[in-house]
Design a binder for this molecule. Structure first.
Ligand SMILES: CC(C)(COP(=O)(O)OP(=O)(O)OC[C@H]1O[C@@H](n2cnc3c(N)ncnc32)[C@H](O)[C@@H]1OP(=O)(O)O)[C@@H](O)C(=O)NCCC(=O)NCCS
Length: 155
């Protein structure tokens, strides 16, 4: 499996994946709405996963990461390919936000060099005002309330 930049041929499955996983192509993070389709991305060939991200100054933020079939190395492939790419562009830090219920993501990111940096209690309750389809209950029956930022040093 390889990670590569998406082409026009990827558009359909990317939209389908985002609608399935995120309830649409827009996400809310730290009070801002992002249209994932407008962001740079990497895909795991073929149609196995998607990472979207944004870059500002010396920092980047992973805005979504999805493996079609979890537990087969897709997430790791995309994170490592993105880290290599950003390092090559001189980006020093890769951030990611996840929510308090997502214990899988908290485990996944910490095992891949990300460290907990910030907690925004109640931030998801505010995000719901911008995106009402964000569910009230998340993984393992945990209420989705808080945003947690993690960061991995790249340089
Ligand atoms: C979080 C997420 C992206 C992780 O992606 P993933 O493809 O499952 O991640 P990986 O397969 O690379 O790693 C997960 C585990 O599977 C293991 N694994 C990797 N390749 C494997 C293989 N071929 N066979 C068996 N296990 C494997 C890894 O070792 C890893 O375990 P570890 O952390 O103990 O090392 C995925 O669970 C997902 O899509 N979640 C839903 C969306 C989400 O929550 N995204 C994060 C918020 S932005």
């Amino acid at each position: 499996m390889i990670a590569r930049e998406p082409t026009q041929q990827d558009a359909d499955w990317i939209v389908k994946l985002l609608v399935e996983r995120w309830g649409g192509t827009a996400v809310v993070a730290h009070g801002e709405v992002f249209d994932l389709l407008k962001l740079p991305a990497l895909v795991a060939d073929s149609d196995q996963g998607l990472a979207t991200y944004r870059v500002w100054g010396d920092d980047a933020e992973l805005m979504s990461l999805d493996a079609v079939c979890p537990g087969q190395g897709v997430g790791t492939l995309l994170v490592e390919a993105l880290a290599d790419k950003l390092r090559g562009q001189g980006i020093s830090s890769l951030w990611v936000m996840t929510t308090n219920d997502n214990l899988t993501a908290l485990r996944f990111y910490q095992r891949r060099g990300f460290e907990l940096r910030r907690l925004r209690p109640g931030a998801v309750d505010e995000a719901r005002l911008l995106k009402p389809t964000i569910p009230a209950i998340g993984d393992d029956g945990i209420p989705i309330r808080d945003e947690i930022d993690l960061c991995r040093r790249l340089l």
